[in-house]
Ligand binder design. Sequence first.
Ligand SMILES: [Zn+2]
Length: 281
Amino acid sequence: MFELPEFVTLAGQINATLTGKAIQHGSLGNSPHKFVWYNRRPDEFAELTQGKTVGAAYTKGKWLFIPLDPGYVLLFGECGGRIIYHPADAKLPEKYHLWLAFTDGSSLTAMTQMWGAMELYESGQELDRQYIKDMRPTPTEPEFTYGYFSSLIDSLLLGEKRSVKGLLTQEQFIPGLGNAIAQDILLRAGLHPRRPIGELSNEQRHGLYNAIGSTVREAVAEGGRCDETDLFNHPGGYVRLMDSKTAGGPCPVCGAPIEKFQYLGGACYICPRCQPAVTDS
Ligand SMILES: [Zn+2]
């Protein structure tokens, strides 16, 4: 599934490649799939997109916004799969869930993996969509300061008990992060996924905040994770430190064998030495 770095990469590539192109024909795909969330009928989508021009794309959390001017915004969200640009005369994939054909002969196709939203809104109405309305600051936004992050933890301490993995991956507390990037963030912060957020010292809060920022920035700079593909169908350059490929192998920091276990709806990969389960101090 795409996380924040993959969406930031796609938005940048769309702006360099698609912005300014005019749509000749829009289609909601040739491969029905009940886990694709559409909000338009195919005929309606075709009618509303025809003649529109691609504007400047941007990302918020796990959502990609592509203005179709005038008056509309195409939204991809909570999805994985392929969002791919095809130059004129390139062969299109056999199956797709969305296709925009441009007047210069080039195309964009999208194919979800698992599930995801492909929705078209009148400009402004996309901001009222569930999960986008009232979204908290994301790690690529200036509002995501240490002061904000620390107050987020304080506010969560008033509710049910939460772990650091829960903080990173549940309920969009930090929009855009997911289980994949969370593994590397927790190694860099030296925190076990089960560590309760109420036990974090000020120093550990700072360390976690810095690990979120540095990991996201590095993954963005590398063009997203290497197990996802970009607009040109190329894998990203960010190789995760902690995942199924490195499990059992040496920790990149200390050399201890990386362990795997299931926790909070996904696999965790930790170094037992760098990420101790309980506080020593
Ligand atoms: Zn280690």
